[in-house]
Design a protein around this ligand. Structure first.
Ligand code: V0V
Ligand code: CO
Length: 143
């Protein structure tokens, strides 16, 4: 079902400061930035590697408000790993398969994610305390 780790999402107070830290420390490059109102975040993707059906990234997340998912997380736990996202070939199909096993889906349908992806979240309490995201990467143009 899972093809690769698509990204590790890291909650932070100051996106620009953490981008500089990750670029300088690990020599990573920001390949996309987006403000996602629906998810309540300003985010940046730092490329790690290319893989089957998409790449692997670090996703840095700054909340747009205190009552957003990342805003609440920061208030409760402080900065750190917020979620792990797995690449799947078809997010709707993965939701159906995983939901059928009794894991609570936090989304009724796929949502818009970073870089044109389709995403859905699973409840952390049903996955050993790990907020889990399913990612179907945007279709690559044929070359
Ligand atoms: C909350 N909990 C977590 C957690 N957030 N556990 C592990 N990792 C996290 N990130 C725990 C929390 O400690 C509570 O446990 C329990 O879950 C319920 O949390 P809560 O604080 O009472 O509830 P909320 O209102 O904060 O909701 C938590 C959930 C919410 C996970 C339901 O954050 C959510 O719907 N997240 C999905 C959307 C999201 O995170 N979007 C931002 C990333 P105790 O204390 O009761 O034991 S956007 C993104 O990744 C994008 C755009 C992308 O990749 O493209
Ligand atoms: Co994410």
């Amino acid at each position: 079902m899972f093809m690769r780790i698509d990204h590790i999402g890291i909650a932070c107070h100051d996106l620009e400061e953490k981008i500089a830290l990750f670029e300088q420390t690990f020599e990573l490059t920001v390949v996309a930035r987006e403000t996602n109102e629906e998810q309540g975040v300003k985010e940046a993707m730092l490329h790690i590697a290319d893989g089957e059906g998409g790449g692997s990234y670090i996703q840095l997340l700054e909340p747009l408000s205190a009552d957003s998912p990342v805003g609440k997380f920061l208030a409760k736990r402080g900065e750190g790993v917020h979620h792990v996202a797995f690449g799947v070939p078809d997010v709707a199909e993965a939701m159906q398969q995983i939901g059928g096993k009794g894991v609570r889906l936090l989304d009724e349908r796929p949502r818009h994610g970073s870089m044109g992806s389709s995403i859905a979240f699973l409840h952390p309490k049903d996955v050993g305390g790990m907020l889990t995201e399913l990612v179907q990467a945007a279709r690559q143009p044929r070359t």
